[in-house]
Structure formats: structure tokens, C-alpha cells
Design a protein around this ligand. Structure first.
Ligand code: SF4
Ligand code: SF4
Length: 412
């Protein structure tokens, strides 16, 4: 694609990066066919090619309006378009640069600014989030049904024993993060129980926390980089002591940690460490498939039928397709077919809170697809998707690690 950059952006390195991405797009439109917002809204400007065009025009000096920003805000950053694109266009990075510059140029109305600030002030901070959640749970009976369904129930205690590891030295680091640790602590407990059976000790660094993804999605780049630096500082002593991997059980956070190297590449104090952390980041399915699973006897307690919802962060960001499904089948579960499994469920980080109508429509479509094979349980790999789907699902939505942990022998 031919590009022209307005002279006022000439010295901006992010605009040079955007220009390079723009040039890689041949405007073929293949991506449009797999874009959930284009499918839903039917407007070229609510699809990847249209959004690329809007960013290109802005960087060339064309005036922008709030309608331009709205088309970019409606993008889920699900990256289905990147999976489809034959030219390898890094759409998500382009959209991030475009949003940041357009927001800086025209600003946002006060109400939107306050909402975004409130999300950043609560969600990445486990104590604040937990306090707010407790209030929500206490008031649940008084809330309107539509709102009450969005408040997750109190977590139940885990059913898995964690055997002592032999102390032979194998260890990995877990990111306990923010929302997942508060809403579904069972996910971490399941991971710990499974890895202990493989004689891998799971360590946590109390100073680590939010991966930074929420801030990044809300255009607070420096805040996101501060979260990343804090996590790197917290993990570094464990890494230098020999931890083999950083296991991230929420796939959205996993995608973010895998991008630390890129996000901090211009920070001389952290670039090297960030690249090392990114290289060590693993989804639990990668960790388990790299082990000798014959040492991990798995036998599903009931022949459950499971519909697996592959989060976009797993299939389009991390490009891990079929890994979780293989593990669930190996554990003895039966997987049901899920049509249009490449499409986003509408959760997409803070998207479901900022674009509730589109998010609810995509969720309902996703639930219809997931339930079409009459499963007993829906499994997924990301806390955001889990909460979003559960808010309207007639059947339980669980993290797949819990189902694998259920298949572990009860007594060693
Ligand atoms: S992003 Fe890729 S698929 Fe979409 S129009 Fe550009 S080259 Fe074609
Ligand atoms: S990231 Fe997802 S919603 Fe955004 S343009 Fe690409 S396919 Fe469409």
C-alpha cells in the first residue's frame, strides 16, 4: 500500500513503525471475512481493511473525528484478521499506534475518560478488585438480573491435593495476576496440583501482579510498562535461581508476557531482561505437552462432553491451536464440535465493559455455537472469556486446567 506521512509525524518512531506495517498491506480484504465486528455491523470501516484505511488517512494528515475513534474502539483486537492475512500485516500493533495518536489528537469525552480511568484504577489491583467484588456479591440479590449475572459467585475451595515435590530442583514461576487470582483461584490450584505430579514446583513472586495488558488496551502505555518492569523485578531472582519457565494460565496475560521483549525493547535497563522473560513465558498447554505425560495418569471422573472455547489470545496471539483440545481428550473427555471457533466471544479485555452491546451479541452467538453440540461443560483458557461466557451460560464454564486436575488420580 502506498503511504504518505504528514510532516508533523516524521520524527515519531511509532509512526515509522506504522508506516512499515501499512506498506505490508495489499488491501486484498481477505481479513474482512473473519472479522467479527464486520460480520456483525456490515460496515467496511468496522473491519480491519477499513480501520487500516482510517489510520493511513490520519497519518497522511487527514482530519479525524470521534467517529474515526469509534470505528477503532469497536475493534476487539482479537487478531483473527492477522491469522487470516496472507501478507503478515501486524494489524494489532498498527491499531494500537493509531488509537494512541488519534486519542491524543482529539481526546475523549469526560464520561469516557472517567470510565477508562476507573477501570485502570480497580481491575489491575487485586485488593481493590476483591473489595469491589465482595460488595457486588453481597448486593447480588438486590441487583437487576442482567447486572447480577455479571457478578461471579464466591469461589469454591479446590478439590485437588498438591503432593510434595522431590526437591530435585525443577521449578517454574506462575503469574497469579489480578482478576483470575480473585475470581477463580482454583485455576492456579489446578496448575499447581498438575505440575506437582510431574515433580515441578510452582513458585509465585508476591511482588508480581497485573501483566499490564489492561493498561495497554486502554492506551496507558507507560503504566503498562511499569507493570511489566515490576513483574520482571519480582521474577528475576527466581529466574536467576533456575526457574525453567513462567507459566501463565490466563491466555490473555500469557500473550502479554510473551510480548514483554517487544514492549520494553527501547528501555536500556530492562530490554535484555524483558526479552528473557518473554522467551520463558509459556501457556500451561505448552508446558504439559513438552512433558512425558505417561508419568501423569489421567482418567476423567465422568465421561463429560466438553465444548472448548479457544480464546483469541490463545489461537490468534499465541498461535496455539489444538493444544488444549489434545490434553482434554487425553484426560478422557469427549469434545463436541464448535462452529466458527475462530470468532471472538466479545470479552476482549475491557471491551465487554466499554462496548457492552456488541460484546453481548458476540457472547450470545458464541454460546449458541458452543452449546450446539450439547456439552455438559464449557472449557476455556482465559479468565475474561470465562466470566463473560458464564454471565449468560446455562452450563458451567471452567478453565481447562481444572478439568485436567479433576482427571488426576485422587490418591498417589
Ligand atoms: S490486512 Fe492483510 S488480509 Fe487485510 S487487506 Fe491488508 S493484506 Fe489483505
Ligand atoms: S482485531 Fe478482530 S475485531 Fe479488530 S479488525 Fe481484526 S478481526 Fe476485526
Amino acid at each position: 500500500m502506498q503511504t504518505r506521512i504528514d510532516p508533523r509525524f516524521q520524527d515519531d518512531p511509532t509512526v515509522r513503525e506504522a508506516e512499515e506495517i501499512l506498506r505490508s498491506c495489499v488491501h486484498c480484504g481477505f481479513c474482512t471475512a473473519t472479522c467479527p465486528t464486520y460480520q456483525l455491523l456490515g460496515d467496511e470501516l468496522d473491519g480491519p481493511r477499513g480501520r487500516i484505511y482510517l489510520i493511513k488517512e490520519f497519518l497522511a494528515g487527514a482530519p479525524v473525528t470521534h467517529s474515526t475513534l469509534t470505528h477503532l474502539d469497536r475493534c476487539l483486537t482479537c487478531r483473527a484478521c492477522e491469522t487470516t492475512c496472507p501478507s503478515g500485516v501486524r494489524y494489532a500493533r498498527l491499531a494500537e499506534i493509531g488509537r494512541e495518536h488519534i486519542e491524543a489528537e482529539i481526546g475523549r469525552p469526560l464520561g469516557e475518560r472517567l470510565k477508562r480511568r476507573a477501570l485502570r484504577a480497580v481491575i489491575p489491583h487485586p485488593r481493590r478488585f476483591a473489595a469491589l467484588l465482595r460488595i457486588g456479591q453481597a448486593c447480588k440479590p438486590l441487583l437487576p438480573k442482567s447486572l447480577a449475572r455479571k457478578v461471579p459467585d464466591r469461589p469454591s475451595s479446590s478439590a485437588w491435593s498438591v503432593p510434595q515435590t522431590s526437591g530435585m530442583g525443577r521449578s517454574m514461576i506462575a503469574l497469579t495476576g489480578c482478576v483470575q487470582g480473585v475470581v477463580t483461584p482454583a485455576t492456579h490450584q489446578a496448575l499447581e496440583a498438575i505440575l506437582a505430579r510431574l515433580d515441578i514446583r510452582l513458585q509465585t513472586a508476591p511482588e508480581a501482579g497485573c501483566c499490564g495488558a489492561l493498561s495497554l488496551h486502554l492506551n496507558a502505555r507507560e503504566e503498562a510498562r511499569d507493570f511489566m518492569r515490576r513483574n520482571i523485578d519480582a521474577w528475576w531472582p527466581l529466574i536467576t535461581a533456575g526457574a525453567e519457565a513462567i507459566v501463565v494460565s490466563a491466555s490473555g496475560c500469557g500473550s502479554m508476557v510473551k510480548e514483554y521483549g517487544e514492549a520494553l525493547r527501547d528501555d536500556p535497563g530492562y530490554a535484555h531482561k524483558a526479552a528473557r522473560v518473554a522467551a520463558l513465558a509459556r501457556d500451561p498447554s505448552e508446558v504439559l505437552l513438552a512433558e512425558d505425560l505417561d508419568t501423569l495418569p489421567l482418567d476423567a471422573p465422568e465421561p463429560l462432553r466438553i465444548a472448548f472455547h479457544a480464546p483469541c489470545s490463545l489461537q490468534h496471539d499465541q498461535r496455539l491451536t489444538g493444544t488444549v483440545e489434545r490434553l482434554l481428550q487425553r484426560a478422557g473427555y469427549r469434545l463436541t464440535a464448535v462452529p466458527d471457533s475462530h470468532l471472538c466471544c466479545g470479552s476482549a479485555g475491557s471491551y465487554s465493559l466499554l462496548q457492552p452491546i456488541i460484546a453481548a451479541t458476540l457472547r450470545d452467538q458464541k454460546l449458541a455455537a458452543l452449546n450446539s453440540g450439547t456439552p455438559n461443560v464449557i472449557a476455556t483458557a482465559n479468565i475474561g472469556c470465562q466470566m463473560h461466557l458464564q454471565s449468560a451460560s446455562p452450563i458451567p464454564v471452567r478453565h481447562w486446567l481444572e478439568l485436567v486436575a479433576d482427571a488426576l488420580p485422587k490418591v498417589l
